[in-house]
Design a protein around this ligand. Sequence first.
Ligand SMILES: CC(C)(COP(=O)(O)OP(=O)(O)OC[C@H]1O[C@@H](n2cnc3c(N)ncnc32)[C@H](O)[C@@H]1OP(=O)(O)O)[C@@H](O)C(=O)NCCC(=O)NCCS
Length: 204
Amino acid sequence: MIALRLNDLRQHSDILRLRSGGSLTVRFVEPRDAEGLQGYFRSLTVRSRYNRFLGAMSELPRTELDHFIHVGEGDRFSVVATMLVDGIETLVGEARYAFDADIGSFEFGLSIDDRWQGQGIGAALLKNLECRAAAFGAKRLFGDTLRSNAAMIGLARKSGFAFMPSPGDWKLVRFEKHIDVAPQEIPCASWRLAAEQIAHQAAA
Ligand SMILES: CC(C)(COP(=O)(O)OP(=O)(O)OC[C@H]1O[C@@H](n2cnc3c(N)ncnc32)[C@H](O)[C@@H]1OP(=O)(O)O)[C@@H](O)C(=O)NCCC(=O)NCCS
């Protein structure tokens, strides 16, 4: 598994090409993002927020926001997806994931700003998460979503995830994918860093 050095977090940033031709930056959240992230969650529609947090929430509670911006705390990580709009870095999506090294699983949730949905950003971000999971050495990635969340179910289906009941909650469905794809096919900075680290250890 890759050992993330907190002072190296910026090295894990990726620039993804979107089908619109635009580019999307995916990077770890930084403390300077706290207010922007809170503003982002507040600006989501009630439905998107409900779907993201599996319940009614107008914004992130302070303590939760604090967890969001402390990358790596409790093996949990937050990334933001940003685009340059009129030269200004604009937050268009986010994802949070947890890696459980004992069982090799990578659990995640994500959202895209309502104004930017339907443009392939969710699919691009999800592919990037697959590579980040592979860089950890995860064997599978999964998430839980409301059975009524057609967009997330559609995105997961299109991205090759399988579906199963979510343990303990009939309102949720679990989507899961085994990581058998060679990460070279979905390159990301985390994977390249992990590969370098492995090569370095082998040479030592
Ligand atoms: C789910 C979500 C992340 C999808 O992001 P997105 O950027 O709009 O998705 P994309 O444009 O990349 O769509 C990729 C594929 O997902 C599927 N999809 C997207 N929106 C869909 C919808 N409303 N209904 C059915 N399928 C949908 C389609 O197969 C689509 O492929 P296509 O564009 O070739 O038709 C977004 O709707 C969202 O943020 N929702 C609110 C938060 C949420 O529900 N999070 C999930 C919690 S785990």
